[in-house]
Design a protein around this ligand. Structure first.
Ligand code: BG6
Length: 466
């Protein structure tokens, strides 16, 4: 018998993108870390494609938002680029064209009846702040971020009701200081740990400014977008369980706990202290973090993390979190054949229950979920439409598990797909396509994929039947 998946009233059906991945470099003088990296090493980017044009949202935003409307989206997250909005990075002086652009974008979303969710950092630290201060390893950058956030709240808080401080802060620490996929491409566990702390501090400082601003009186709320990779142990052996527990603490709780509970996981603090790599903190900062927790949570979920006991830790590069766990390639796990990430929809239910039981059932939404596909043009049909049935199935499976989590009481208010329109994705550039709307790089045309029509029905019916 057909099963109906009906979602709560006013559910957010939407999609997420970011400024640096969609807009294009409208101010070449104002560079973020990726702009800088590309200018110096274009060969490190897929097909040598950099962020210069991206999906041209800077010029095409009215047409793009109209396409998003056609795909049925009632809400969209994008980000305000710090390096584009603020020209005087030390003085905080806004750039006139940046202010005009973001004002027009927000107004256009509202005119089309789409709720804009504005994020303040999506991997795009201004390069000048790396050059001068060493980036996120320096607490001065956290203060400057709070200044930038305050400017955004003052400029746009009359119309933007939902804000998020960071997208995937753990990926910043991992990419910059552990696994070398974000500039400055370093391996330095101690810096990674300080970066984790400073990002938590920066988020709390921005939240404090939010509470001091007029935003709350104007009906605003603030959250953070955290990527969760639930850690599952290889077996029930004590060593594997301990490995998964540490991976869970390091990868997920290091941001989840301070953001929602206002405190770092005691176990993490204990281990980092024992190993001599604990971050530098002050009682005043810890107090500020405790006082400034989020109103809601965005959760990006793509894949789980399978962990096993570490048996061969190589300490030649100093302390690394892998001292306590090793990744486990579970035989038979289901893989996305086009991207190489595991597909495990049940994790979204586990996340829902974890938030319900361990995080005070705080309101949350799926802020990113999606299926990257390399070579998606091969699914384009004679009528010009990309028939991405695999994406529709992927969304359905995740929604079915999310539905169960909600039915069991988890306080989830929305689902956002990554991404509305195929966008530029860091050093992977256009390799993996995620959009409901295809971008044809050859002629710059944007057309709805089959999934966009399906998503429109999903939003219109506030659910689906299977
Ligand atoms: C998410 C990020 O984690 O993954 C996005 O928030 C990114 O910015 C997306 O584009 C997809 O990544 P990739 O490497 O498959 O293109």
């Amino acid at each position: 018998m057909a099963k109906q998946y009906q979602f709560p009233k006013d559910f957010w059906w939407g999609a997420a993108t970011s400024g640096p991945q969609s807009e294009g470099r409208f101010h070449k003088a104002h560079r973020n870390l990726f702009d800088y990296w590309y200018d110096h090493e274009p060969g490190a980017f897929w097909a040598g494609v950099g962020p210069d044009v991206a999906s041209n949202f800077y010029n095409d935003f009215r047409q793009d938002i109209a396409l998003m409307k056609q795909a049925g989206l009632n809400s969209v997250r994008t980000s305000i680029q710090w390096s584009r909005l603020i020209k005087g990075l030390e003085t905080g002086e806004p750039d006139e064209d940046g202010v005009r652009f973001y004002n027009e974008v927000i107004d256009e979303f509202l005119r089309q009846g789409i709720r804009p969710i504005m994020n303040l950092h999506h991997f795009d630290l201004p390069y000048a702040l790396y050059e001068k201060y060493g980036g996120w390893t320096n607490k001065k950058v956290a203060v400057l971020f709070a200044d930038f956030a305050e400017t955004c709240f003052a400029l746009f808080g009359d119309r933007v009701k939902e804000w998020t401080t960071f997208n995937e802060p753990m990926v910043v620490a991992e990419g910059e200081y552990l696994y070398r996929f974000h500039y400055p491409l370093q391996v330095d566990g101690k810096k990674a740990v300080q970066c984790i702390y400073n990002l938590n501090l920066a988020s709390a400082m921005a939240i404090e400014r939010f509470r001091q601003s007029a935003c709350e009186k104007q009906g605003g709320r603030i959250g953070i977008v955290i990527n969760l990779t639930p850690a599952y142990p290889r077996s029930d052996a004590a060593e594997d369980l301990a490995a998964a527990a540490f991976a869970e603490t390091f990868k997920n709780k290091a941001f989840l706990d301070p953001a929602v509970k206002g405190v770092f996981p005691p176990k993490l603090v204990e281990i980092l202290r024992k190993d001599g790599v604990l971050w530098e903190s002050t009682p005043e900062e810890l107090d500020l973090i405790q006082r400034n927790t989020v109103d809601f949570l965005g959760v990006n979920y793509y894949q789980p993390f399978r962990a096993q006991a570490q048996t061969a830790f190589d300490d030649s590069e100093g302390w690394l979190p892998e001292k306590y766990f090793a990744p486990y390639e579970m035989p038979g796990r289901r893989m996305n054949p086009y991207r190489g990430w595991e597909i495990y929809p049940q994790a979204i239910y586990d996340i829902a229950i974890n938030i319900r039981d361990n995080y005070g059932n705080i309101p949350w939404y799926v802020s990113e979920n999606g299926m990257g596909v390399e070579g998606e043009e091969k699914f384009r049909q004679a009528n010009g439409m990309i028939a991405d049935d695999y994406r529709i199935d992927f969304i359905k499976e995740h929604l079915a598990w999310l539905h169960r989590g909600i039915a069991e009481g988890s306080n989830c208010f929305g689902y956002h797909l990554w991404t509305p329109i195929d966008c530029w994705s860091w050093s992977n550039a256009y390799k993996n396509r995620y959009g409901l709307i295809a971008l044809n790089l050859a002629n710059q045309q944007k057309t709805l994929k089959k999934s966009a029509y399906w998503f429109r029905d999903l939003a219109a019916h506030n659910g689906f039947t299977e």
